[in-house]
Design a protein. Structure first.
Length: 278
């Protein structure tokens, strides 16, 4: 459970967007309970000194067959032009990640788990990862979020993501000069454009949109994830993600197979037969 000190720090970092009511009805209240329950480890921006391997970041069921909400699966954008996503737009499984660059456990996931998921599932076409900026730790979080978006406009989002989540990066802070340095490290070519985009209306609106979506499903801590509509809170062990991804892929395969069987079962008097005769 979150510690009192953690609750105080989370409250002091006020988001720039209001928390809207849950968007998808009573069923999402259950999902919100999962996303809202994350320990100090999952949310603290100063947790790097703790033993991250000893205990999972939040108590979430490891059974990938439980807690799947179709309403949440619909949040996947599947936009082939999304600069903040990796993987095929039509991949059977979409992992949506709500994260803050000042979050220590977001960094742990980015360094230890995400590369393995990309290597194993994104490269073979099974998985797509869609990033959502969810800055909850104040002004520097906002700077980093807008910087990530601005880097994406020059096709360097994932390089910026890697630089911002490198060991020791968050300890240096995310003031604007530091964010610019990260963009340079990430290979952003037009730094003047980057700085203009960083403070521009489009970046602010994009970040606010992601924040509102996160709050709308009941997420209050980072990192929070959805895997084909299944909420996962905190930087869980890699096995939790692999089990959820493989279960979602199997379910998608079964659903597609069932649809093919129904189509194959249509007789000459079905609408499909009539259409083929024309």
């Amino acid at each position: 459970m979150p510690t009192p000190s953690n609750a105080k720090s989370a409250k002091s970092a006020k988001p720039t967007t209001s928390r809207k009511p849950l968007l998808y009805g009573a069923v999402v209240v259950l999902a919100a309970g999962l996303l809202g329950f994350a320990s100090y480890k999952a949310t603290s921006p100063d947790d790097s000194s703790r033993d991250t391997a000893a205990t999972p970041a939040a108590e979430v069921s490891a059974d990938p067959g439980e807690g799947i909400y179709p309403e949440l699966a619909e949040l996947a954008r599947r936009d082939a032009d999304d600069k903040l996503a990796v993987g095929r737009a039509n991949a059977p499984v979409v992992l949506i990640e709500y994260a803050d660059f000042k979050c220590g456990y977001c960094g742990k996931f980015a360094r230890d788990t995400e590369p393995e998921l990309i290597e194993k599932y994104v490269k073979d076409g099974t998985l797509r990862i869609e990033w959502r900026n969810f800055p909850i730790f104040g002004e520097e979080s906002e700077n980093a979020a807008r910087g990530a978006w601005a880097a994406g406009q020059q096709d360097r989002f994932w390089e910026f993501h890697r630089a911002a989540y490198a060991e020791g990066a968050k300890e240096k802070g995310f003031g604007k000069d530091r964010v610019k340095a990260l963009a340079e490290e990430a290979g952003v070519k037009d730094l003047d454009r980057f700085m203009t985009d960083l403070d521009g209306k489009a970046a602010r609106e994009a970040v606010a949109k992601d924040q509102e979506q996160a709050y709308g499903i009941g997420a209050t801590s980072t990192p929070s994830f959805l895997i084909n509509g299944r909420p996962i809170a905190g930087a869980q062990p890699e096995e939790t993600f692999t089990q959820a991804i493989e279960a979602a892929a199997e379910q998608a395969k079964s659903t597609a197979g069932a649809g093919s069987d129904r189509d194959a079962g249509k007789g000459p008097d079905d609408d499909s037969g009539k259409a083929s005769d024309k």
